[in-house]
Design a protein around this ligand. Structure first.
Ligand SMILES: Cc1cc2nc3c(=O)[nH]c(=O)nc-3n(C[C@H](O)[C@H](O)[C@H](O)COP(=O)(O)OP(=O)(O)OC[C@H]3O[C@@H](n4cnc5c(N)ncnc54)[C@H](O)[C@@H]3O)c2cc1C
Length: 402
């Protein structure tokens, strides 16, 4: 998009900051929170293209689950026992830090526990394998057999389930707003950053509305990172997810978030009986690639088929709302952090792969540590871009302190 002579001449005055955080989602606002908490004298600005929580952070199911998107036995097989244990620990810290640092009432935190429910015999076997692995790594969990799972959920057709006491639910938009408020950062919403470049030791961000000049920058853009820095496209790709909300049911029978069929379906119920359901992406893998923010009839029909099959009591319920959101998938499905090419001291984080609420608040602490130059920030080597071979097109450097 071009700016006319008149539009350019009437832009708002330049804003100066010590740190500019680009992206007003859970990761950006958590970073602002921790920067303020660790160094209150910093002048912070959050620069967001839309409203706060415009992206995936305002469109998700609000599940706060420990671990990665995969069950723990799969995570151990994929990442190795030591790395899986450290990832688990990182997400447990995320949960504990949210409870210790933030007023959960501000974002409807429900410490309900969570259920990971098997959709097949093979998945049930992996959940059973996960029980001993999780317990050995210090995580209390319980396996619930098939019949009891279905009885407890007032459902049919599910296999056994893993109950995780530390799982929780929250209101994601309220969480992001709360973090932004607590950070005392200046909020520049409806400011889409079009370019960023180094100028005289500062980083200059251009938006149609105004210029922002900062000492350091944090790019917390997740799926949208390659739109601003195309060289980083090897590390994150956009994948759409869709959800729906029903009319309120007469009663609330789901007290916990339910994550089923390897995470390809997820649902919860609000206090007023509304059922929130997402997933079915695996049935429409090609259509669900890219940035288009729209729902599709076919996928939404699959969501309802799933709901009506497992919960026949919902068959008469209308659908109140349907929506979509864009997630950022990394090549190995774990978050990635690196320094911005050409801007030493500035950092990017992306690739939260459908699980960013489980990482986000703790990740903000990690990014704040990197920005502040903390030696060897805890967790950095877990997520550093260095784990990937360097593509020919992208040569991002790695944060100091690693
Ligand atoms: C439907 C759905 C359900 C999900 N359910 C869960 C769940 O229950 N639990 C869970 O852990 N995770 C879930 N996720 C994933 C989770 O929402 C994400 O991993 C997480 O929100 C990523 O946070 P973020 O801050 O990195 O990115 P985002 O929230 O996407 O924030 C990036 C921000 O950058 C802004 N932006 C983009 N371009 C620019 C620009 N040029 N200038 C300025 N700003 C810009 C965007 O508007 C956006 O607000 C779900 C995702 C979706 C879509």
């Amino acid at each position: 998009m071009t700016l006319s002579f008149w539009q350019h001449a009437t832009r708002e005055p330049e804003v100066r900051a010590d740190v500019a955080i680009v992206g007003g989602g859970v990761v950006g606002c958590s970073t602002a929170y921790w920067l303020h908490r660790l160094r209150p004298s910093l002048r912070l600005v959050i620069v967001e293209a839309g409203m706060l929580a415009q992206g995936a952070s305002g469109r998700n199911a609000g599940f706060l689950l420990p671990g990665t998107a995969a069950d723990y036995a799969t995570a151990v097989a994929t990442y190795g026992a030591e790395r899986a244990r450290r990832l688990l620990h990182f997400t447990r810290e995320n949960r504990e830090m949210i409870a210790a640092e933030l007023r959960g009432a501000a974002f409807d935190l429900e410490p309900s526990g969570s259920l990971t429910v098997a959709g097949s015999a093979a998945e049930e076997a992996r959940l059973l394998d996960s029980v001993s692995l999780l317990r050995a790594d210090g995580m209390p969990v319980a396996f619930i057999p098939r019949d009891e799972t279905n009885r407890r959920l007032v459902a049919r057709g599910y296999g056994g389930a893993l109950y995780v006491p530390s799982g929780a639910m929250l209101h994601p938009v309220r969480l992001v707003r709360h973090l932004a408020g607590e950070s005392e950062a200046r909020l520049l919403t409806h400011h889409r950053v079009a370019t960023l470049q180094e100028a005289g030791g500062d980083v200059v961000l251009e938006t149609p509305v105004r210029r922002i000049r900062a000492g350091q920058v944090v790019l917390a853009l997740n799926a949208y990172l390659p739109q601003l820095v195309p060289a980083l496209s090897p590390f994150v790709r956009p994948v759409r997810a869709q959800m729906l909300a029903t009319e309120p049911a007469a009663s609330r029978w789901l007290q916990v978030p339910v994550y089923s069929h390897e995470g390809y379906y997820y649902l919860r119920q609000l206090a007023d009986g509304v059922v929130l359901l997402g997933g079915a992406r695996h049935l429409h893998a090609d259509e669900e690639q890219g940035y288009e923010d729209t729902t599709t009839e076919a996928l939404q029909a699959d969501l309802l088929r799933y709901l009506h099959f497992h919960f026949p009591q919902t068959r008469g319920l209308g659908v109140r709302h349907r929506w979509s959101g864009v997630m950022g998938f990394s090549p190995d499905h774990l978050p990635v952090v690196g320094t911005v090419p050409g801007l030493d001291g500035s950092v990017w984080a992306a690739g939260f792969t459908g699980h960013g609420m489980g990482f986000g608040f703790r990740f903000g602490r990690l990014l704040a540590d990197v920005v502040l130059g903390t030696p060897h920030p805890d967790g950095l080597e877990l997520f550093s871009v260095r784990r990937f071979p360097r593509p020919q097109t992208a040569r991002p450097s790695v944060p100091a302190g690693e």
